[in-house]
Design a protein around this ligand. Structure first.
Ligand SMILES: [Zn+2]
Length: 237
């Protein structure tokens, strides 16, 4: 009997793990959001979620500078308070800053008033520290109720998800990530990466493969004629 429970538990674990690794939940919630901007030009936007992180954001900024890429960072308000200098460095180096909520709470069960407060507070913190008023919002884990999207748009925000997910938190080898993205890339794609966090937490994690991926991906996509822009540039054509 016990052995069946054990086998069942192992199977369930692999089922859930497989689901998390190979399924992209943004597909379920992207209606009514901007997840890809259909354009004639070969332009793509590189985005990083969950930072700033003390260890990884500076390394990612160094790589972006070396590859001459302006990216978009969807910042967590709480992390901006914790690492204000790194948040200011992101802005000083010409990257776009987006709102990823204050506490990185999954907003699926939030009331409209609670969501407004979460976004407004993150906006306030980011403005106080960096001087930037955010105009793009990405919900943590991409989960948002259908009806709430109009409310967020009425606050002046574009809701930005992604069309290509690097799954960098799984720690795939950077060459495989770059190869996957390069072989699936299309005009107007928005690419999801992370500069902080891992499977269980929003902060820290190990982003070595993400750091290594940037220059290789830049080379592979530019060879195909693609240009890197921020989400704002992509949206505004
Ligand atoms: Zn996130």
């Amino acid at each position: 009997m016990l052995i069946y429970i054990f086998i069942g538990a192992v199977l369930l674990f692999f089922l859930i793990a497989g689901f998390c690794v190979f399924f992209d939940q943004a597909i379920l919630t992207r209606k009514g959001t901007i997840y890809r901007v259909k354009s004639k030009g070969k332009r793509v936007a590189l985005t990083f979620d969950d930072g700033p992180s003390l260890e990884w954001t500076p390394k990612i900024l160094d790589e972006l500078k070396a590859s001459n890429i302006k990216a978009t960072f969807f910042l967590v308000g709480y992390h901006v308070q914790k690492y204000p200098d790194i948040a200011r460095r992101i802005v000083a180096e010409g990257h776009e800053v987006g709102n990823h909520g204050y506490a990185h709470s999954v907003m699926f069960y939030y009331t409209p008033a609670e969501i407004e407060e979460e976004i407004k507070y993150a906006e306030h913190v980011i403005r106080e520290i960096t001087g930037v008023t955010t105009k793009v919002f990405r919900p943590p884990k991409a989960w948002l109720q259908k009806g709430i999207k109009e409310k967020i748009k009425s606050m002046g925000y574009n809701i930005v998800l992604w069309s290509l997910n690097s799954k960098d938190w799984v720690m795939f080898n950077h060459k495989n990530i770059a190869k996957y993205i390069s072989s699936n890339i299309r005009n107007g794609d928005i690419l999801l990466f992370h500069d902080s966090g891992n499977v269980t937490k929003t902060e820290g994690g190990k982003r070595t493969q993400t750091v290594k991926c940037i220059s290789l991906l830049a080379k592979m996509l530019r060879e195909k004629g693609y240009e890197f822009v921020t989400t704002e540039e992509l949206i505004n054509g």
